[in-house]
Design a protein around this ligand. Structure first.
Ligand SMILES: [Zn+2]
Length: 462
């Protein structure tokens, strides 16, 4: 019911032994025709779904939950403890943005809808959060009679997992891959190997691409250095979940190595700030390198919580007033602000000020879905419309794929090669048609597996 030949809206309905379980409950983002699906009701009654499972907290995997609850879903929502914490932050923030955007659209009358309504409210989100049921990694848990789930670390985000679902009746194991993380990256562990499943669902976001080689932060360093030398700002529209931590890790590392001058780094996103706190509280779930970081003098840190993700001049912005001062200031700085595809959030205010000035750089650090402002800018748009006004684009636009949280095509293949016997069928999900079809051809050619790429609302008998 989502992420079928597209990258957002992840929702897979499992109907087995007279029970319905929804795996992931994501929002559609990007193109208008996709976003409109968020307003439509599901093709099945929400109260016929008995339980839900979340693979990780990203909005395209959790953001429909308040809508599901508003339509009558009353079951439990199983996920890892970190996913539960992050999902609370994400849903509350999303509800607030929805309400603010609707309110602003109505006030400035640039909506075609009268009045513009939020997709869900903070009250809807709060009701959804009460259903969250945290379960630790690798602890099989019954979700409905005859169906159990086990979460396995996917290395894509703090708390991220594959959901290994076992259907007792048939003895079949279905591995819902969620989003697949990457190998040999800082901050997060490698994706766990899996050696068997009867049915596999795997993402294909970068199914036709290989990420640029990890250059040990050199390109990031030169972008920051060149911008700061011109006395400009580096604005990073950040996916508040996960990317901010990796970016801070790199800025901190480059400062330590003296590859960049130490400049103020502003994290201007209440959500990113809350997420950063979760990462610091759960260092034990991250890549071992994080907790063993040496400090400037080369000593292992005793107080590791104090230093993880802390650059030299890190400032966490709390108030709108402080945010405005940074937007209007011409002091060289790095500003990290959500949302990552520049579709909403405080980063839009920074962009209004920063885009018309060639001294500044807008640096995109994650996937930019079709139809988003981020994609427009990366593709060279000269104007972009923000809050009903045309903004001229004169700033330098850069994109670093190396920081993606999604496995590329080689990494997906590396992960698939862990299987000791092929799944009876592998469904590709979470990809736009071209990457998905390219990956399908590659898996068929190199592994000789049976691969399907179901369309939206297509039913598959397994
Ligand atoms: Zn994700």
């Amino acid at each position: 019911m989502g992420a079928a030949r597209t990258v957002t809206g992840s929702k897979h309905l499992l109907d087995a032994g007279g029970h319905r379980v929804l795996v992931d409950c994501g929002l559609f983002q990007g193109l208008k025709e996709l976003r409109e699906r968020n307003w439509a009701s599901l093709p099945v009654r929400a109260d016929s779904i008995e339980a839900a499972i979340l693979t990780h907290a990203h909005l395209d995997h959790t953001g429909y939950l308040p809508r599901l609850v508003a339509q009558g879903f009353k079951g439990r929502v199983f996920c890892t403890p970190a996913t539960a914490s992050l999902a609370r932050i994400v849903l509350e923030d999303a509800a607030k943005l929805q309400e603010e955007d609707a309110e602003r659209a109505n006030r400035r009358r640039y909506t075609k809808h009268s009045p513009a309504l939020p997709l869900f409210t903070e009250a809807d989100a709060a009701r959804a959060m009460r259903l969250l049921q945290p379960v630790g990694y690798e602890r099989p848990m019954p979700v409905v009679p005859g169906i159990t789930v086990e979460f396995i670390n996917a290395g894509h985000l703090l708390g991220s997992s594959y959901a290994r679902v076992n259907v007792e009746d048939t003895g079949k194991t279905i591995l819902f891959g969620g989003d697949l993380g990457r190998y040999d990256r800082p901050v997060l562990p490698d994706p766990s190997p899996i050696d068997a499943a009867d049915v596999l669902l795997v993402e294909s976001t970068y199914g036709d691409r290989v990420h640029e080689k990890d250059d040990d932060g050199h390109r990031l360093a030169s972008i920051i250095r060149e911008t700061i030398e011109k006395r400009g700002k580096v604005i990073v529209p950040a996916f508040a979940l996960g990317r901010v931590e990796e970016l801070l890790y790199w800025v901190q590392t480059l400062e330590d190595r003296r590859e960049i001058p130490s400049v103020p780094v502003y994290v201007d996103s209440p959500m990113a700030t809350a997420v950063l706190a979760e990462y610091r509280d759960r260092l034990h779930e991250l890549d071992p390198e994080i907790s063993e970081r040496p400090n400037n003098n080369g000593h292992r840190q005793a107080e590791k919580k104090l230093i993880a993700f802390a650059t030299d001049k890190l400032k966490v912005i709390q108030s709108i007033g402080d945010s405005r001062r940074v937007q209007e200031s011409s002091e060289p700085a790095i500003v990290i602000s959500s949302s990552g595809m520049a579709t909403g959030g405080r980063v839009l205010h920074h962009l209004v000020h920063a885009l018309p000035n060639p001294r500044n750089t807008i640096l995109f650090a994650g996937y930019q879905a079709a139809g988003t402002r981020g994609r427009q800018l990366v593709e060279g748009a000269k104007f972009t419309r923000i809050h009903g006004q045309d903004v001229h684009v004169d700033a330098r636009i850069e994109k670093i794929d190396a920081m993606s949280a999604h496995a590329d095509s080689n990494e997906i293949m590396r992960w698939l090669r862990n299987f000791k016997r092929p799944p009876a069928v592998t469904f590709l999900v979470h990809g736009e048609p071209k990457p998905m079809d390219t990956l399908k051809a590659r898996i068929e050619a190199e592994l000789k597996w049976t691969v399907r790429t179901p369309g939206h609302l297509e039913k598959m008998d397994i």
